[in-house]
Design a protein around this ligand. Structure first.
Ligand code: HEC
Ligand code: HEC
Length: 405
């Protein structure tokens, strides 16, 4: 049973964490106050089911109780209110109280990923507010301990996180593993820092050169969203060189559509608007801009060389920069080819940085420029891959498709 409104928020947060593209995304479910608050568990998405199933279940529920998503206020950032704290929004939050409420999904997914478990390790079904369940009490003690360690020993900086000790296990190993035969790579750091301008110039040359890139005004992409369990959903994208974007992912009868119309980023599932957090809105815009290749220099400020590193068997050069919303990003370019291999955006939370990682792979030529055809997305606890079958360049696009309605 759903017993209270915070549990209902919980469901929405959870379901959408497993939904498309940028996760976790929360939907605010404005349950009508007169709606009988007794839904049976079997109507609710089981936590272990696939994304498609989860979504379908959500929208089955949604249609039963006819939610009016768009009537709710959009992101806090768009109004001038101070963002709600977790204690204000959720029922039984006593140690994460002062954290922004919209980070609860991020933090819960980071805790789960650190321990290598899913939500049901500490919660019963989707009743996230319920106490005395599973390892919730142990989890709360551990949160207090972790915050305490940082406060007492690290001057309040988030140095210790769940993952510092847990590393994907519920019980951290205290003994030293004697069989570790993994070779340790010492990545050679350059004596003289390479210049960011040179790295970016090489990158632009690698994908096709400035002139060629500037001749491309629009893209139309046919792709698949591949889930970690193997299933997939069709995806289609339309993008213009000035940053407008629209992407449709088809989950059975549910179309999840997101876009940017030049002033506003938006997302909806069928006719129901989905609330975007500022970092999610920003990623929708950035992904579209970056897809055109030559726009990295103009998309970031304070670009600086960070380090030489390795991604799988490739040597890379990592630079850091600030996104338009001043979020910290790291961009890794292949040392040999100059191609962009990885992009990581981080949002600081009470329990460490929540990272959103995009890996660009299998570059192929379309209209004279190299484009990645396999794009892997990962956030703590959730991964998915976009497999691109076809990209058409410079097609006519009616710009009205970029608007939310
Ligand atoms: C290691 C245990 C643990 C895991 C795993 C975990 N949680 Fe939690 N969760 C907690 C604890 C502890 C609290 C209460 C925190 C506090 O008191 O500040 C909580 C609180 C919540 C709340 C607020 C509920 C309310 O209204 O009071 C939500 C929503 C939530 N969790 C969702 C999730 C989701 C979704 C997942 C899986 C992605 C998850 N949790 C995984 C331990 C866990
Ligand atoms: C300083 C190291 C350390 C940190 C940081 C840490 N833990 Fe733990 N945690 C442990 C150890 C050690 C145990 C095992 C205790 C035992 O075996 O009784 C444990 C046990 C647990 C358990 C109980 C597991 C079980 O199977 O009973 C949970 C749940 C848990 N931790 C959650 C968390 C969460 C969530 C965080 C971050 C908020 C966290 N821990 C941070 C060291 C740590």
């Amino acid at each position: 049973m759903i017993e209270n409104s915070s549990a209902q928020f919980g469901i929405a947060e959870f379901v959408c964490q497993t939904t498309p593209r940028i996760s976790p995304t929360s939907i605010v479910l404005p349950f009508p106050t007169n709606y009988p608050r007794r839904l049976t568990m079997d109507m609710l998405p089981a936590l272990s089911r696939s994304t498609a199933d989860l979504l379908t279940s959500l929208f089955r529920i949604a249609s039963v109780i006819s939610l009016v998503f768009m009537d709710t206020p959009m992101v806090d950032a768009q109004s001038n209110r101070a963002p709600k704290t977790a204690a204000e929004k959720f029922k039984n939050v006593s140690v994460l109280s002062d954290m922004p409420a919209d980070q609860i999904g991020k933090v819960m997914n980071m805790m789960s990923a650190s321990l290598g478990v899913n939500c049901s390790f500490c919660h019963e079904g989707t009743n996230f507010a319920k106490e005395g369940v599973g390892h919730k009490d142990a989890g709360r003690k551990m949160i207090s301990m972790t915050l305490g360690l940082n406060k007492e020993f690290f001057g309040g900086k988030t140095e210790v996180t769940c993952n510092t000790c847990h590393q994907g296990k519920t019980k951290p190993a205290s003994n030293i593993e004697l069989t570790q035969a993994k070779p340790i790579f010492h990545v050679h750091q350059p004596q003289i820092k390479p210049s960011v301008d040179d790295i970016l110039a090489k990158h632009i040359q690698a994908i096709g050169g400035k002139q060629k890139l500037e001749s491309i005004k629009s893209r139309h992409v046919i792709a698949k969203r591949r889930e970690p369990h193997g299933g997939s959903e069709p995806e289609e994208l339309w993008q213009t060189a000035n940053g407008l974007t629209r992407m449709v992912t088809q989950y059975g009868s549910v179309s999840v559509v997101e876009g940017f119309d030049g002033s506003q980023a938006w997302k909806r599932a069928n006719e129901n608007g989905i609330e975007l957090k500022p970092d999610e809105a920003e990623q929708i815009k950035l992904e579209a801009v970056i897809a055109f290749g030559g726009n990295i220099p103009s998309s970031y400020s304070e670009l600086a060389f960070l380090s030489a590193d390795r991604i799988e068997e490739h040597d890379v050069i990592v630079i850091s920069g600030l996104s338009p919303l001043k979020m910290q990003e790291r961009l890794s370019f292949d040392s040999q080819t100059g191609l962009l291999r990885r992009r990581i955006s981080s949002v600081a939370t009470l329990l460490g940085d929540f990272e959103y990682q995009v890996d660009y792979e299998d570059y192929q030529e379309f209209g004279g420029v190299l484009q990645p055809t396999k794009i892997r997305f990962a956030v703590p606890n959730i991964t998915w891959t976009r497999e691109i079958a076809k990209i058409e360049m410079n097609i006519e696009i009616d710009e009205s498709i970029f608007r939310p309605r």
